[in-house]
Design a protein around this ligand. Structure first.
Ligand code: SAM
Length: 222
C-alpha cells in the first residue's frame, strides 16, 4: 500500500510536469493549477509510483489505465470548467481526472463499468477527501436520472457519439469525447447550441482503452 506522502521531490517533479505541459501547448491556468496541486503518484500502485510524473499513461489494474497527463490536461481544457458546473465523467478509472474536476470546483458525477475499480476508487477518493458522486454501471447510457449536465467528459474511446449522452447535455453545455476505431480516436468537442444545433470541433488523435457497453464496443469483439 502506497503511503500518502507528498514530498518536496514529488512537488518538484510535478512542477516539471506542468512546465512540460505548458511547452506542449496547455495554457488553461485552472487546469495547470489543479494538476500542480493533486499528487498524481497517490493514484498509482507503489511499484509504479516512481513513474507518476512522466507524461505517460500507466496500468491501474483490470486491463485499464490512468490517462496520460497531457490527455487529462487537453480534455479538461476543452471542457472549460466553471466552478459549480455539474459534470458527468464516463470512466472513473483511478479517480485522478475526477479529482482534477473536483479541485476546479465542479460538482462531479463519475461512472465506472468495472466493479472492482469502482469499489477500489470509491474508497480511495473518500479517503483523500475528494467528494464526488460515484456510480457503477454502463456510462455509455449516461445517467438519465441526474441529467442535464453542463459538461460531459468521456475518458474511453467511443465508436460513435452516444445519442443518450447528447440528450443529457444541457443547452449551452459541452461534451468532450474521443471517437474512432479501437486503436485511435479523434478528440471531439461538442457544444450544444440548442436542442437541435450541435457545434462539432475536431482535434488531434489519441489512443484510449475502449468504451464498452450498449453504446460502446462489445467487450468480447476485437
Ligand atoms: N479517467 C480515468 C482516470 O483518471 O484514471 C482513466 C480512464 S481509463 C482510460 C477508461 C475507463 O473507462 C476504465 O476504467 C474503464 O473501465 C472505463 N469504462 C469503459 N467503458 C465504460 C462504460 N461503458 N461506462 C463506464 N466506464 C467505462
Amino acid at each position: 500500500m502506497l503511503k500518502l506522502e507528498d514530498s518536496y521531490i514529488h512537488k518538484g517533479q510535478r512542477r516539471s510536469l506542468i512546465d512540460l505541459l505548458k511547452k506542449r501547448g496547455i495554457a488553461h491556468e485552472g487546469v495547470l493549477e489543479a494538476m500542480n496541486t493533486l499528487p498524481r503518484h497517490f493514484f498509482f500502485d507503489s511499484a509504479l509510483a516512481q513513474h507518476a510524473y512522466e507524461d505517460k499513461a500507466f496500468p491501474i489494474g483490470e486491463g485499464q489505465t490512468i490517462s496520460q497527463p497531457y490527455t487529462v490536461a487537453f480534455q479538461t481544457s476543452l471542457l472549460d470548467i466553471s466552478p459549480g458546473d455539474k459534470v458527468l465523467e464516463i470512466g472513473t478509472g483511478s479517480g485522478y481526472q475526477a479529482g482534477i474536476l473536483y479541485l476546479m470546483g465542479a460538482k462531479v458525477h463519475s461512472i465506472e463499468f468495472n466493479k472492482h475499480l469502482f469499489e477500489k476508487t470509491k474508497k480511495f477518493l473518500t479517503k483523500l477527501g475528494i467528494r464526488i458522486k460515484q456510480h457503477h454501471g454502463d456510462g455509455s447510457l449516461g445517467l438519465p436520472d441526474k441529467a442535464p449536465f453542463d459538461k460531459i467528459i468521456v475518458t474511453a474511446g467511443a465508436p460513435v457519439v452516444p445519442k443518450a449522452l447528447l440528450h443529457q447535455l444541457a443547452v449551452g453545455g459541452k461534451m468532450v469525447i474521443p471517437v474512432g476505431d479501437r486503436d485511435t480516436q479523434e478528440m471531439l468537442c461538442l457544444t450544444k447550441k440548442s436542442s437541435k444545433n450541435i457545434l462539432k470541433e475536431s482535434y488531434d488523435s489519441f489512443s484510449f482503452v475502449p468504451l464498452l457497453g450498449e453504446n460502446g464496443w462489445n467487450p468480447s469483439a476485437r
